[in-house]
Write a protein that binds this ligand. Sequence first.
Ligand code: AP5
Ligand code: MG
Length: 212
Amino acid sequence: MNLILVGPPGAGKGTQGEILSKKLGIDTISTGAMLRAAIKNGTEVGKMAKSYIDEGKLVPDEVMIRLVKERLSEPDCANGFILDGFPRTTAQAEALTESGVKIDKVLSIELADEIIVERLSSRRECSKCAAPYHLIFNKPKVDGVCDKCGGELIQRADDNPETIKNRLNVYHEQTEPIKEYYDKLGLLVKAYGQEEIADTTKEVFKALGLEV
Ligand code: AP5
Ligand code: MG
């Protein structure tokens, strides 16, 4: 399955992507995680992307399209992939279509803006493997330590109320139109975000026709 996850910041793309990755046995490609790794490693892409991410703006299309094309040409993607956070503009969606990559489904995780700011303020992320946690809904076994790799849990630099507001505006203005783009291609399905992660997973599996 070649799957795209769409949704506002904090909708649960990373969280559900990880669950789907295990269920389907395919990798998740998170462009946000790729960019944060690039920043951490001090690469040219990372240096360029930092100011955009810190302000909650989108990194320019041409950079993202090149990055994703390179990643999708790696051998593991031949078995299927889950794209989390790409495409994020109509230009990115068109470039993906033009590159000949076949997409089976586009899953939109829907969540109201009001819930998002509060939810993201309690998010934590592993500084090593980027696994997502939440101080209430998805607690690590040991405070501040990643269950999977023992890495330190940190708060993302763009998870402050001001930047979250910018990211939400950008989502509504620049990313939401891709839902219509994929709806016209007959690929869009929707799942409504619930208060508990497991309940959202049920909605996600239902939308994708997977057994719960
Ligand atoms: P990116 O990293 O993709 O961030 P985002 O889209 O803002 O989404 P988030 O990662 O914040 O949320 P999520 O939906 O993954 O939610 P999560 O599962 O963590 O992008 C960051 C930046 O990179 C962008 O702003 C942009 O600058 C740049 N960028 C990336 N891709 C780009 C592109 N293609 N083009 C241009 N620029 C690009 O869940 C959130 C929290 O809630 C977690 O703590 C989780 O545990 C918890 N949670 C999840 N589900 C539930 C639930 N049902 N109930 C309770 N808690 C829950
Ligand atoms: Mg994410």
